[in-house]
Design a protein around this ligand. Structure first.
Ligand code: GDP
Ligand code: MG
Length: 448
């Protein structure tokens, strides 16, 4: 797998410093192979690898992760970003029924998906109506009716001849238009329009789909695509984007052994979010699309990412423990450098409350600390960086003239510097008391 190969690449790199050019090139090669194996389209692979190289270049080798893990993390973050970050939600119409139209090649899984989506919407408390606008294949209407029955959702379809008073003449545009009226009349709040597909992209199909789109003005057009499509993903997705246009993508047949490169190709070329994933023949085999899961599937990384998360957490806990030990007198005096390091840890964790949660006995400060301003850390950092190492070690020596020099160095006022040093002494006092009070026992699972 990619993570094994990266681990090999970085066998010789340990400790601190930056990733070297040679390391980055070797890494890029491995990522390229992994993505091509996952069937990501070549132009997308190239662009992606370039972006990852760029990011790896600026990155320090962190204490928490080995270089292989670190690169995997960069790759993963980048993948998740392209795949859409957070899942995008369906947009519902403000008034009248929400119209969702499905488009895609024949066999992509539209008709199956229509029913799955209807079931999912029903579970969300909606009242969907399925609409059969594939009048191309003799059996298509029946297939939707069978699926509709399985999920207990009615199907609006032209019956043979002209039953139900629908003048359709085999015209899917008329059927689509009539279905929205029908939904209003029967109080269905979502209309799901299934359309016809061809085996390949063709002009007549595109025209029909865009006529339906114009007739019903869907709130969402979803492009349904088979995850096994592989290298054809890009041209097909682009053809439908130009021919019909769509707002989101649905990937089907993810229960197969496709690694999901199509998801990355499509998302990256079209910029449209993948919204749903379909992974089986049963009506319940359907879910919102999760970019993070897809990213680890594309990279074939199994539990690698979980390991990375754990390594980072452990590292942060170790740092916190080190600070706690200093406070309790085991590791020398708590200095401004330690103070700064703690602030930076806090920022890295995203919120003060998390690190406090790791230090038993500090929960009482959580509220104050959660209100901590992130920019405040920048200010503190600038001031501390303007001090000499001696001053950081022994802040008592910071007198009036030193304060002036420090203030000039970081572009803050003398009283800012004074405030910071006072705050530091207060924090040290508070934390030393806490440590003496026995409020910091060793953490479970940590060396004591
Ligand atoms: P359409 O032509 O786009 O309407 O595609 P269909 O809904 O008729 O699906 C084509 C075939 O793919 C059918 O045999 C479906 O049962 C099958 N299918 C659809 N979605 C999935 C899926 O997520 N997983 C699997 N394994 N099969 C699927
Ligand atoms: Mg169909």
């Amino acid at each position: 797998t990619l993570s094994d190969r990266l681990a090999d690449t970085f066998k010789n790199l340990r400790g601190k410093g930056r990733l070297s050019e040679a390391d980055i090139d070797a890494t890029a090669r491995e990522i390229r192979i992994a993505l091509l194996e996952a069937d990501v389209a070549l132009p997308v692979v190239k662009e992606f690898v370039a972006a990852v190289k760029e990011r790896a270049r600026g990155e320090e080798v962190s204490g928490a992760l080995n270089p292989a893990q670190q690169v995997v993390k960069i790759v993963n973050d980048e993948l998740v970003t392209i795949l859409g970050g957070e899942t995008r939600r369906l947009r519902y119409a403000k008034t009248g029924p929400t119209v969702i139209m499905l488009a895609g090649l024949q066999g992509a899984g539209k008709t199956t998906l229509a029913a799955k989506l209807a079931l999912w919407l029903k579970e969300q408390g909606k009242s969907p109506l399925l609409v059969a606008c594939d009048l191309q294949r003799p059996n298509a209407v029946n297939q939707l009716q069978v699926n509709g029955e399985r999920v207990g959702v009615p199907v609006f379809a032209p019956e043979p001849g002209n039953a139900g008073g629908i003048e359709h003449g085999g015209d899917p545009v008329q059927v689509a238009r009539a279905s929205v009226e029908e939904a209003k009349r029967t109080l269905h709040d979502v209309v799901i329009v299934d359309t016809a597909g061809r085996l390949g992209v063709d002009a007549e199909l595109m025209q029909q789909a865009s006529d339906i789109r114009d007739a019903v003005q869907p709130d969402e057009v979803l492009f349904v695509v088979d995850a096994m499509i592989g290298q054809d993903a890009v041209s097909t997705a682009q053809a439908f984007l130009d021919g019909v246009g769509y707002d989101g993508v649905v990937l089907t047949k993810l229960d197969g052994d496709a690694r999901g490169g199509a998801a990355l190709s499509i998302a990256s070329i079209t910029g449209k979010p993948v919204m749903f994933a379909s992974n089986g023949e049963k009506m319940g085999d359907f879910d919102l699309f999760h970019p993070d899961r897809m990213a680890s599937r594309i990279l074939d990384m199994g539990d690698m990412l979980t390991l990375i998360e754990q390594a980072e957490k452990t590292f942060d806990a170790e740092q916190a423990l080190k600070a706690a030990e200093k406070l309790s007198g085991k590791g020398g005096e708590f200095t401004l450098d330690d103070f700064l390091e703690q602030m930076q840890q806090v920022r890295k964790l995203g919120s003060m409350s998390k690190i406090m949660g790791m230090l038993p006995g500090m929960g009482q400060f959580r509220d104050q600390l959660e209100n901590f301003d992130d920019r405040e850390i920048d200010r503190i950092q600038a001031i501390i960086y303007s001090m000499t190492p001696a001053e950081r070690n022994d802040p008592k020596m910071i007198d009036g003239s030193r304060r002036q020099r420090i203030a000039r160095g970081c572009g803050r006022t003398v009283s800012d510097v004074k405030d910071l040093v006072e705050r530091f002494f207060e924090a040290r006092k508070m934390m030393t008391q806490l440590a003496r009070g026995g409020g910091m026992p060793g953490m479970p699972g940590m060396p004591g």
